[in-house]
Design a protein around this ligand. Sequence first.
Ligand SMILES: NC(=O)c1ccc[n+]([C@@H]2O[C@H](COP(=O)([O-])OP(=O)(O)OC[C@H]3O[C@@H](n4cnc5c(N)ncnc54)[C@H](O)[C@@H]3O)[C@@H](O)[C@H]2O)c1
Ligand SMILES: [Zn+2]
Length: 692
Amino acid sequence: MEFKLDGVHKVGISELSPVVDQLVKRSNRLGADPKVTNYAGGNTSAKGEILDPLTNEMASLTFVKGSGGDLGTLTENGLAILYTNKIHALKKVYPGVDREDEMVALFDYCLYGKGGAAPSIDTSMHGLVDYPHVDHLHPDSIIAFATSKEGERLTKECFGDEILWVDWRRPGFQLGLDIAEIAASNPQAKGCILGGHGLTTWATTSDECEKRSLDAIAKAEQFIKSKGATAPFGELVSKFSPLTELERHKRAAKLAPVLRGIASCDARMVGHFNDSAVVLEFISHSKLQHLAALGTSCPDHFLRTKISPLVLDTDPKAPIEEVIARVEELHAEYRNTYSEYYKRYATPDSPAMRGCDPAIILVPGIGMFSYGKDKQTARVAGEFYVNAINVMLGAESISTYQPISEAEKFKIEYWELEEAKLRRMPAPKKLQGQIAIITGAASGIGKAIALRYAAEGACVVIADRDFEGAKATAAEIGNSDKAIAVAVDVTDEAAVAATVDAAALAFGGVDIVVNNAGLSLSKSLVETTVQDWDLQHNVMAKGSFLFSREAAKALILQKMGGNIIYISSKNSVFAGPNNVAYGATKADQAHQVRLLAAELGEHKIRVNGINPDGVVRGSGIFSSGWGANRAAVYGVEEEKLGEFYAKRSILKMEVVPEHIAAAAFALVSGDLPLTTGLHIPVDGGVAAAFLR
Ligand SMILES: NC(=O)c1ccc[n+]([C@@H]2O[C@H](COP(=O)([O-])OP(=O)(O)OC[C@H]3O[C@@H](n4cnc5c(N)ncnc54)[C@H](O)[C@@H]3O)[C@@H](O)[C@H]2O)c1
Ligand SMILES: [Zn+2]
């Protein structure tokens, strides 16, 4: 291919070399199957010749997945681009394995043009292996070999001289040199298994490389199946037999806030629950304690899962108080063991300890809880532990599971290069790690609050009687890592409890409840029926009471404080005509704020309210009759009602749902930690509704 200098600056990476397109497509196919590699794990590369605008001569470039990306969703922008000969030139300045970390900074001097994505630690392996295509993957079936006591022998037995073995060493320049040497001196070899780690394959074409990776994985699976022991996880422990799905979920929802509190002692965590067959199999068999203690193995795994999980050992049906007492005991032991582990291996240069709570909690009979700073991180930690379970299953089928040593694990977990990656992460959003339930969030003010909280990083539960509307709000926010919809009539005691359970199952617990669901019927005293009265009091006074009560149960168990917010109304203090049922139930809500603020303060639960007025835009209340009625009461046209309210206010400004959402955010943003029992008017200023 020939390029004029001008052209080079205009063409995209994929036009630079046809191998880029092959590489991206191959990576996406490989990354789509969790059996081939874990999320964001592994990397792929291709080498291609281009006419170098710098010299007007042909040069070989290495295109390699950059740091941090995921193969399944890789695009050409996720590729680092380096001169292959410059990567080789690094061998001349390599100071030896003790200082191999310094080599990462030198990759910057090998970049072609602006270089694309940041090169990862595995770049040297891809560049130094003298084949045009290289895959490095973390497949469960291969890691089973890589973590088997007799891994080297079994690799030979299964693969002969096609796939060779290289002993564990931390990823870096030396591992790249070792693998390049194996590839160079074994022309028959298609790849190698990296002890304690994964698989690297090479080939002259992209298709052949992909085939070699997939064949190796399939062959390993087949070998495990044919040679496998019958009970790799030991005997079924009858008292830990899984409960039925319904019972598991009920129990998990009750335990979730307790466990989240445990996992969040050092930093606020979001949770993920998994009770898939493979998890239940692992946690119901006799080798659970032994294998769990050995910990995960692949370097990617324990960065997310911590080196080992906390394993609960109470009867799945034990009274909750008993479970709490035991898990608190185990948690104290866990923290102690973890900080001892840190102290044992930390050197004066080690990064500070990152907290000693478990990231994975296994509850026999029920399932696995995984934790992370946000939902995606929590979910991926769980996925990684499932990878680890598959690895242990494979290793125990063909041999004895033997992950890398604790000292090596420490070197990975507290690797300065990993710490540097953490330091480069953007600052967390204000509500990261917070879980909010917002009632009536299918429409109007509730929807605006949900959108705002989600934009600030919270996980939100859109709870509304209007399920279609709730689903639409959730979809507008994003996927189920960010928002879920729950159908609930807030007047239904059981449904309210089920909503709090749904939040606990989806996100691990709850931190914020916004009592917003409401409706309004404008009638004079004599026209107000008992049904009118009951309906408004049931939805607003009773509905809020129920949500506050059910949420408080979880908040108290969770021991992480929390916030309850009431969307009351100007009408909770203002007295006007044709408003007796609505105004009275709003006054009831407003007094719940004060009562509950006084009662729940000892649990660091703050209870506050907001008094909106005249929010016409987007409000279902206004568009379904109340607006017309109010307009008639005030003698204005219905379309002019927003303007009318604005003119009536002191600031002469129209109130919109986003203003209420801003106040709801201010109350939970962390800037008002000492405020409880307050109502914030958001009404443009209405002197008759001033609070005193
Ligand atoms: N709009 C205003 O000017 C104004 C002023 C003061 C107070 N408020 C209060 O703000 C809240 C929200 O009002 P809005 O204007 O956004 O109204 P809206 O009608 O747009 O939204 C209310 C939501 O509550 C839901 N809902 C009603 N009954 C329910 C039930 N039994 N169970 C579950 N969900 C139920 C509805 O489906 C709807 O999605 C209400 O409590 C209202 O009283 C509104
Ligand atoms: Zn790897």
